[in-house]
Write a protein that binds this ligand. Structure first.
Ligand SMILES: Nc1nc2c(ncn2[C@@H]2O[C@H](COP(=O)(O)OP(=O)(O)OP(=O)(O)O)[C@@H](O)[C@H]2O)c(=O)[nH]1
Ligand SMILES: [Mg+2]
Length: 220
């Protein structure tokens, strides 16, 4: 698979600590697109210095960053992953494989924690499990986690019309994909404690914002 070029969208908000490790770990054939979401710690400049294609999305929100990266992508298959060191780019082929081989339309990396619980706090795990159960109930898709490491075909994803630009983006993508009859497949991927400072799951404000955004998706 070495020559296959897959674009990897990396949403980034102040991730100078994790960026070098993440970019360094990308396997051959996986090209980064850093989608900087108005970082104030020099993440965009660092990404450019390290040779990564970099787009800047001033509109705040996880979905806004992911969408900007998707729009900048050119490869047939696009992956997404958090750029905080919690996911290992070396695992991307596991997630991209079923799409590249035509066996799946959307692949989600279901997070498996190893070691201490700090990687994935219990409230975040419970919230994720409940959301995955709701996705199963609504669509029949056999998902257990709304994993942030994902792969799909670029054109299909653009046509899906995911409209949320904040934390509801990952949930809306799965609901729309399953609703459109996509083959949604899950593969396990290791998940570890992030590098740098937690912005969502480790903070009350971030968690509440994520819950609000997800609720909005469920109720539209
Ligand atoms: N929270 C947040 N993250 C963003 C945004 N834009 C880009 N990101 C990036 O999206 C990825 C996921 O965000 P994280 O902060 O890791 O969210 P999380 O994994 O739920 O929680 P923590 O790792 O505990 O902060 C990271 O690479 C962020 O840098 C944004 O507007 N908000
Ligand atoms: Mg994280």
């Amino acid at each position: 698979m070495a020559e296959t070029v897959v674009d990897v969208v990396l949403p980034v908000l102040d991730e100078v600590e994790a960026l070098p490790w993440v970019l360094h770990r990308l396997p051959p054939g996986f090209e980064p697109i850093v989608a900087d979401n108005g970082s104030s710690d020099g993440s965009a400049a660092l990404a450019r210095r390290l040779g990564a294609r970099t787009v800047v999305e001033p509109r705040r929100g996880f979905g806004a960053a992911c969408f900007a990266g998707l729009q900048a992508a050119t490869a047939d298959v696009v992956c997404f992953m958090d750029c905080d060191g919690s996911l290992d780019p070396a695992d991307l082929p596991l997630v991209a494989g079923p799409v590249l081989e035509g066996r799946a339309d959307l692949v989600l990396g279901a997070r498996r924690t190893t070691g201490a619980g700090r990687a994935f706090p219990i409230h975040a795990q419970l919230a994720n499990r409940a959301l995955a159960a709701e996705v199963r109930r609504r669509t029949g898709a056999r998902v257990t986690d709304l994993g942030p490491m994902r792969a799909a075909r670029r054109r299909d994803l653009l046509a899906l019309g995911v409209s949320d630009r904040r934390s509801g983006w990952p949930l809306e993508m799965v609901l729309r994909a399953a609703g459109a009859g996509w083959r949604v497949v899950e593969v396990p991927v290791p998940y570890r404690a992030r590098l740098g400072r937690s912005k969502v799951t480790g903070t009350v404000r971030g968690t509440l914002r994520a819950v609000r955004d997800m609720r909005a998706v469920l109720h539209t």
